[in-house]
Design a protein around this ligand. Structure first.
Ligand code: ZN
Length: 498
């Protein structure tokens, strides 16, 4: 094919894909609205709107027109960007083509029913209430995985939606030394006589939001291309020129609002930092859930909960909120890193969080693979929890029923949280060796070097580079959990005296 013909074929493909991307973007903001401002009475109308757009989007991915465009545009000698566009488009198209429409529709119909059943079960702390719907959901997702895997591994097929190219076996390898290392740290913390402080006081809602906005600005969040609202579960959504974040508030604990904002700002910086030239293409967003989570966790944990940043945060809390709830920057550092005994993943600290995730990863992988049945799930959960955390689950709402994910059919999503933490351990190692005075800079609220580094290594690439290659390129080798474990041992060893 001549260069000109190849060029025009590619232009046609990109223009087709750009329209699909815009439809997907529009769906994102409709969903954002559901969580933030939509009047309650609009729920069913909104449901119909989302369903109609879902149908349009699906038709565009499976169309013969797209098949022809891909065939015409594909040829040898394409540059990196064009190869990446074709790779990403084929992943989406394959998924849409392989899963029977009736099965996708059945899963979509089951989600709200399973969600309701999970809510009822959680309210009564009775797993038996949720069990029949979970059996249905697991069965549907097994069928979907079989359609996608075509004889390959079921769990890997589902994982690919969230972490393209990753496999359950590779995750198992990455996680293997982490679990025993964390259980050991947790044991040391339990045996320690150290008594870390808590925040106390009452903090006005409007002042919490004022400081939350200021902190997002401190990290370089672009308000001209974003906004901050509140929702029951904080999230970040959107891409390119419209990347929105949410937070939540608690009168007695401003840290919840502030750290949720910092976390979501990490996600938002990633999306706002993608090369604008990729904006409305299939490459114009973060590479994977795991890479995304690394960006939010670095800001929230290794940076946000560092001694240096706590000095800055202490002075800003005193100035804006009137108090930091503790008496010194060092006390704030100790309060934000306190390890508390608890059952709940979303409230867990840096030590316990990944134990929560590894538990869920092993159980859901066995469920999807057929090695564990729903009837045995609660017992398996409770046994594993007691072994890793050192105490017993008191009721199902604090155990197997605590997360909504499985009721939505999300299997393969959980491990991306810990992948994010592992990647963040590697990235921060490389970051501190490139910017050795970062801690001092953070103490005065200077994040320029941090953000420039993340932009250069990760953000600007969008989906141009596959996740595993992106992270290996950013840190100079294939990632392992070793830097994360070393960081946690050093930090909590000093705090708890082991
Ligand atoms: Zn996140």
């Amino acid at each position: 094919m001549t260069t000109t013909r190849q060029d025009s074929a590619f232009v046609a493909l990109e223009s087709y894909l750009a329209k699909t991307v815009r439809i997907e973007q529009a769906m994102t903001y409709l969903e954002w609205d559901i969580e933030t401002h939509m009047p309650a009475g609009a729920a069913s109308q909104r449901g119909e709107q989302v369903a109609a757009l879902t149908e349009v989007r699906h038709a565009r991915w499976v169309s013969s027109e797209l098949g022809d465009l891909l065939e015409q545009a594909e040829s040898s000698g394409l540059d990196e960007r064009r190869q990446a566009v074709i790779r990403e488009a084929k992943i989406e198209r394959n998924r849409a083509v392989k899963v029977p429409v009736e099965l996708s529709a059945e899963i979509a119909r089951t989600k709200p029913v399973a969600g309701k059943s999970w809510e009822n079960a959680k309210a009564s702390a009775d797993f038996g209430v949720f069990r029949p719907m979970l059996v249905t959901m697991v069965e549907l997702r097994r069928q979907e995985a079989d359609a996608l895997a075509e004889g390959g591994d079921r769990y890997d097929a589902l994982l690919g939606d969230y972490e393209p190219g990753m496999t359950g076996a590779r995750i198992e390898g990455l996680f293997s030394g982490l679990r025993s290392g964390l259980v050991e740290i947790l044991g040391h913390v339990r045996d320690s006589a150290a008594n870390l402080p808590d925040i106390s006081g009452r903090f006005r809602d409007d002042l919490q939001m004022k400081l939350a906005r200021e902190l997002a600005s401190t990290f370089g969040y672009d308000w001209n291309r974003g906004r901050l609202d509140t929702s029951s579960h904080p999230f970040c959504c959107g891409s390119h020129n419209d990347v929105r974040i949410t937070t939540r508030r608690k009168e007695t604990d401003p840290l919840e609002c502030l750290y949720a904002t910092i976390h979501e700002t990490g996600h938002a910086l990633y999306e706002q930092g993608v090369d604008p030239a990729l904006g409305s293409t299939v490459l114009g967003q973060g590479a994977s859930m795991g890479i995304h989570e690394s960006q939010s966790r670095i800001l929230e944990n290794q940076i946000g909960r560092s001694r240096g940043f706590c000095r800055h945060l202490f002075s800003r809390m005193c100035a804006v909120l009137g108090s930091a709830g503790v008496g010194s920057p060092e006390e704030l550092y100790r309060a934000v890193n306190k390890v508390r005994r608890g059952f709940i993943r979303t409230e867990a600290d840096e030590v316990q969080y990944n134990l929560h995730i590894m538990l869920r990863f092993d159980l859901e992988r066995a469920l999807v693979g057929g090695d564990l049945e729903v009837d045995d799930l609660e017992g398996a959960w409770n046994d594993r929890f007691a072994a890793d955390f050192g105490f017993e689950v008191d009721n199902a709402a604090n155990g197997v029923l605590q997360d909504a994910h499985w009721s939505h059919g999300l299997f393969g999503y959980f491990p991306t949280y810990t992948l994010g933490n592992i990647y963040s351990g590697e990235l921060v190692d490389a970051l501190f060796s490139d910017v050795p005075d970062l801690e001092d800079r953070l103490a005065s609220g200077d994040t320029d070097a941090l953000v420039a580094w993340l932009r250069h290594r990760i953000h600007r690439h969008g989906r141009l580079i596959e996740p595993s290659r992106l992270i290996a390129q950013a840190v100079g080798h294939s990632p392992t959990a070793e830097p994360l474990l070393r960081y946690l041992n050093a930090k909590f060893g000093e705090l708890y005296g082991f």
